[in-house]
Design a protein around this ligand. Structure first.
Ligand SMILES: Cc1cc2nc3c(=O)[nH]c(=O)nc-3n(C[C@H](O)[C@H](O)[C@H](O)COP(=O)(O)O)c2cc1C
Length: 197
């Protein structure tokens, strides 16, 4: 699937078919996540695949009682080896830990979408409860939980306009020439011209 198509189509999915996601597919998702950039190429991400119903329920509880999560056939908990990061980047451990794992998560979700799987990124949780449920050891921190399954809903994208969020040369400086918006359409045109060449 074309990258832009996957980026545009991906939505957070919280309702799933009662259908297993094969382990081979789950590992494909992790492989995509593992291709993400990371600070110093330290690859601090660690992945816990959870299919066990009881553990999924414990995770859903740790995620502030988001019960829908236990209905997902698979949960992948993305953890960070913060100790490993700390050895190299003491001052930036927290920042890099979150950033590296978030980039991995997005890769994973886009690959999942390209395989017709729905995902939802969750990071509203009690770290302590999650660590307890998953026997996560010292120095390792959960960064996010990705719920995965075949979607039974098709939510629409809710986004503000590019005009609202884009500035030129300095913060707050908007273009008065509105004809350049939406940039997305202009880029699409540009890409199609490049393709034709
Ligand atoms: C840092 C972060 C934390 C999130 N935590 C939760 C969460 O705890 N529960 C949930 O249902 N969705 C969670 N989401 C998903 C967002 O609600 C969702 O991405 C947003 O509403 C935009 O919808 P979309 O992903 O379909 O474009 C989280 C997303 C991010 C990036």
């Amino acid at each position: 699937m074309e990258v832009l198509k996957a980026i545009k189509e991906r939505r957070s999915i919280k309702k799933y078919l009662n259908k297993d996601v094969p382990l081979k597919t789950v590992l494909e998702l992790i492989d995509a996540a593992h291709q993400a950039p990371s600070s110093g190429n330290l690859q601090n991400w660690r992945f816990i695949i959870v299919k066990n119903q009881k553990i999924k329920q414990e995770i859903a509880e740790a995620c502030l009682d988001q019960t829908w999560m236990s209905e997902a056939p698979v949960l992948i908990v993305i953890c960070s080896d913060r100790e490993h990061l700390r050895t190299y980047y003491e001052k930036y451990t927290n920042t890099y830990s979150i950033q590296n794992c978030a980039l991995a998560a997005q890769n994973l979700m886009l690959r999942a979408h390209s395989l017709k799987l729905g995902t939802c990124f969750v990071s509203g949780f009690s770290k302590m409860a999650l660590k307890r449920a998953l026997k996560i050891t010292e120095g390792i921190e959960p960064e996010s939980v990705i719920a995965i399954g075949f979607p039974t809903e098709n939510p629409v994208s809710k986004r503000t306009s590019l005009e609202m969020i884009t500035f030129f040369e300095s913060y707050g400086n908007r273009r008065t020439d509105k004809s350049i918006y939406p940039l997305g359409d202009k880029l699409k045109l540009l890409f199609s011209k490049i393709k034709k060449k």
